[in-house]
Design a protein around this ligand. Structure first.
Ligand SMILES: Cc1ncc(COP(=O)(O)O)c(C=O)c1O
Length: 433
């Protein structure tokens, strides 16, 4: 594969044709797609002009078992032939089995319950709603006693989704500000600064300036969209202690980090990311169903779970049997093929290998398992991403100065070597974004 084949200025005729039509009929929220894709298999995907790419993005950490895994295809086809959708007037076996399995994988205590949605944002919407109900049970929030509405604290640089509730807890001003005013009672504390969180808690109180109690803190253990930045185990342990001291919930958003991606089923199970804490709510999505849209939350324990009662929340598609069958097949493959351990091993190979390329463009690497980022010497990530695509490798410009690498968990040592060979040759003097 050579640069001429893949350069944006030399897009193939089919890519060009379809991209023209795309722009005519799609709202431009995603900008112009890089290519029009046709089909995938394993670690590879092909565009409509027949160009092949080794995929180190996996649909943004979604395609955990690669493309068209035979076990996944079989499970989805069989479930589609059986029953694809029922609504929540009815339950199905895959949905029940999946909920039980996720609770077990998370090591959640007896009495824990799952709510299914269809995306990461919906998982977080559910978590925020549950936290709001929890907040109403806190003494300082009782209106009859002159209480004030409970608050939710999110962190700077956090990303929790684009729906209005999840967006209210999402930091990036450029995507949040145009939609303000958003959900009231959600505020931000500086990520990594425990004193900032202390101040947020300390604002609770009586009198005209006192605020309502904090119902929950929501955070990602690795801030993915912010550039794959771990919060730090010590900080997370302190956050947990502060939540405990103030009877606040800790919501861990594992939409990007969950389902094996960081080398553990959930990132909170990694001592070096979480300090060994247990969350109250875990949200999940992306990798859980191997490409089928699914998300949700696990509420830890019976008492918290019981705050959702009939009518509290819902969605027509929630827990849809087709998605649940896709998720069960995905979890089977992850288990049977040892992909959680593979994520850890291949991640180490990838991070070590990047620094060993000696390419002066690479300043450092960070991340865990197969959720990694390369810090660049200057802000040329989009040019680097385009160069890699031209050479048959998909990576992601998560920030102007960082490339995100999040391949399917099935990635082999040979695939990593192949990606490294391309990354080694990325010109260090690419133009800045
Ligand atoms: C940590 C985190 N939470 C929530 C979301 C939102 O997920 P979705 O795009 O499926 O709504 C994302 C998406 O990137 C994410 O990384």
């Amino acid at each position: 594969m050579n640069a001429e084949q893949h350069g944006p200025e030399t897009l193939g005729p089919e890519d060009s044709k379809w991209l023209g039509e795309y722009a005519d009929v799609h709202m431009s929220v995603f900008g112009t797609p890089l290519r029009v894709m046709d089909h995938g298999e394993g670690m590879r995907i092909w565009d409509v002009d027949g160009n092949e790419y080794l995929d180190f993005l996996a649909g943004i950490a979604v395609n955990s078992i690669g493309y068209a895994h035979p076990a996944w295809v079989k499970a989805v086809a069989e479930q589609a032939a059986k029953v694809a959708h029922t609504s929540n007037y009815f339950a199905t076996e895959p949905q029940i089995s999946l909920a039980a399995r996720l609770i077990k994988l998370a090591g959640a205590p007896e009495g824990s319950h799952v709510y299914f949605g269809n995306s990461g944002a919906e998982g977080n919407e559910a978590a925020l709603k549950l936290a709001k109900l929890y907040g109403r049970t806190l003494p300082g929030a009782a209106p009859a006693l002159g209480g004030k509405p409970a608050r939710i604290v999110a962190l700077t640089n956090g990303f929790h989704g684009r729906t209005l509730g999840a967006l209210s807890a999402t930091w990036k001003p450029a995507i949040r500000k145009p939609f303000e005013p958003l959900v009231p009672g959600i505020e931000f504390a500086q990520a990594g600064d425990i004193y900032a969180l202390h101040e947020a808690f300390a604002a609770t109180g009586q009198g005209p300036y006192g605020k309502g109690p904090v119902a929950a803190v929501i955070l990602e253990l690795i801030q993915g969209e912010a550039g794959v930045k771990p919060l730090g185990a010590d900080y997370v342990r302190q956050v947990r202690a502060m939540c405990d001291a103030h009877h606040a919930l800790l919501i861990v958003d594992e939409v990007q980090t969950g389902i094996g991606r960081t080398g553990a089923w959930f990132a909170f199970q990694r001592e070096d990311l979480s300090g060994g804490i247990t969350p109250d709510i875990v949200t999940f999505a992306k990798g859980v169903a191997g490409g089928f849209p699914m998300g949700g939350m696990i509420a830890f324990g019976a008492k918290l779970s019981a705050l959702f009662t009939p009518g509290s929340h819902g969605s027509t598609f929630a827990g849809n049997p087709l998605g649940a069958a896709a998720a069960m097949a995905t979890l089977d493959v992850i288990e049977q093929e040892g992909l959680v351990a593979n994520a850890e091993e291949r991640g180490r190979q990838l991070r070590d290998g990047i620094m060993a390329t000696g390419n002066p463009l690479y300043v450092s690497v960070r991340g865990r398992g197969l959720l990694d980022a390369v810090e660049l010497a200057h802000p040329c990530a989009h040019a680097a991403m385009a160069w890699c695509m031209e050479h048959g490798l998909i990576v992601n410009a998560v920030r102007a100065d960082a490339l995100r690498l999040a391949p399917p968990l099935i990635v082999s040592a040979a695939d990593v070597d192949e990606a490294l060979a391309i990354l080694r040759d990325v010109p260090a003097d690419l133009p800045d974004d």
